[in-house]
Design a protein around this ligand. Sequence first.
Ligand code: SF4
Length: 502
Amino acid sequence: MQLIYIGNRFKYQTEAVMKLFLPAQKFSFVYMTPEEQKNGLTIPAEDEMAEFCLSSDGDGITVSVNVRYDGRTERESVTLPLGSDDEVCEFVMSKLLYLCMSRLTGITSEWGILTGVRPVKQVHRAMKSGLDREGAIKLLKEKFLVSDSKCAIACDTAEVQKPILSRLEKSGGKTFGLYVSIPFCPTRCSYCSFISQSAQGQSVKRLIPPYIENLCDEIRRTGEITASLGMLPDTVYFGGGTPTTLSAEQLARIMRTVAESFDLSLVTEYTIEAGRPDTVTAEKLAAIKENGCTRISVNPQTLNDDVLRAIGRSHTAQQFFDSFELARKSGFTSINTDIIAGLPTDTPESFRATIDGLIRLSPESITVHTLSIKRSSNLNSSDEKQTFMKSPASFMVDHATERLYESGYKPYYMYRQKNMIDNLENIGWVKPGHESLYNIYIMEEVQTIIAVGAAASTKLVDTAGGRMERIFNFKYPVDYNSRFGTVIKRKEEIKDFYAQKK
Ligand code: SF4
C-alpha cells in the first residue's frame, strides 16, 4: 500500500496507526511538496493508498487524509489555527487516519491512537496537570479514543503507582536500580524475541565461564563508579534469559560480587528471574536466598502441556507446580508468575484454566503478557490484507482482568510493544504491598537503571533536568567477551552524564 505525504513527512505516527489496522501490510512511501502536486507530478497509482496533506493559507493550516482501501474511499479534514506546531499537526493527522480506517475496516482499537509503550505515563501527566481521575479518563477517551475499560485499568495502575513514585521523588535521585543480565536459557522457546542463547550446545557452554569472569569485573568497576558518585542501588534485578540456567555456585559468586561491590543497605527488593521451571532446584534457591534474593519469578506461560509443547518450552505444567512449591518451601514470600495470552494453539477455555490454576496457587504477582504478532506463528502470515480483529487473545485478557480484580489483585505496571495481538498490552498484577519497585521505576522511566552484562542497557535518568541517556552493552555474550575492554570503557559515560548534571 502506498502512503503519500504532501507538504509533510509525518510518517512515524501515521504508519504506526496504519499498522493498528493492517499489521501485515507492507507500505511504500512517497513525499512531495504542494507545488510538485500542483505542477502535476504523477505517482504510479496503486489500488490502495493513503494521502496525507498539510497546507496552509491565511485562514489556517489544513490537515487532510484521504484513504482508498478495499474498493472504498474515506476522507477527513480539519483546519487548525495558524502557528500550530508539527507535533499537533501530526497528531491530528493520525487521528483523522484512525477515523478513516475505522470506517473502512469496521475495527476499533481499545487503546485508540495511543501507540506508545507506556500508556500510564499519560495518566500521570494528566494528573500532574491538575486533572482528577474523571478528567484523566475524559482526556484518554477524547484525545486518544481509548476504550472505557482501558481507561479504567490505566487509571487504576497510576493510582497504585502514585504513592510509590512520590516516595521515590522525595528520596532525591541518589538511588538507582541495578540490572544484571544473564542471557542464557536451557533451550530456546519458539516465540522468544530476547537475546538469549540456549546453553545446550558446547559452544555456548564454553562461553559461560569467561562471561561470568567479565561480568564480575564489570560489576566491580560499576560499583566503583557509582560509589564515587555517591549513588546507591535500592533494587537489584537479575534478568535474562533465565539466570537460574547457571549453577548454584555460579549464581552465588555473581551475587557475592554484587554485595562486595555495592553498598546494599538501601536495597529493599532483590529479584532473580527463575523463569524456566526446568532450571529450578532446591540448591539454587537456597544459594540465591542466602545471598540476599527476596523475590523470584517462576513462569509457566500456560498450564496446558499441549500449548507448552507447541511453543517449545521443554517443561510441563507439573514441573511448574513443583518449582513453585519448592520456592515456597525455600522461604520465598514474593513470587511472580508470567503467563502469555494468545499463544499458538491456546484457547480461551485453556487460558481460563491457566489463570484460575494460578490464582489458586496465590502468587504475590501475576504478569499477563500478550503475544506480539512477530512472534506468533499463526498470525505471522503473509496475508497483507490481514486486519486486527477481536481475537481469542482479547477474550483471554478480558477474562484475566475480571478474575484478577475479583481475586484481590491490582494492576501495578503496564507496557506495550509493537505488533501486539489486537493492539493489547502487558500488565503486572499484584497483591497490595508486593509491588515490584524495579518494574514500576523502569516502566515509568523515573529512575536510573544501571545495567551490566551482555544485552544490558543502562538508562541514565535525570528527572529534574529532563535528560535521559542510554549506554548499550554488546548484545551477544561472544561479543561481550571478546570486546570487553569497550564495555568497561563505556561505563565511564555514567560519570560524564552526572558531571553534566552538575
Ligand atoms: S525462557 Fe524466556 S528468554 Fe529464555 S528462550 Fe524462553 S522466552 Fe526466551
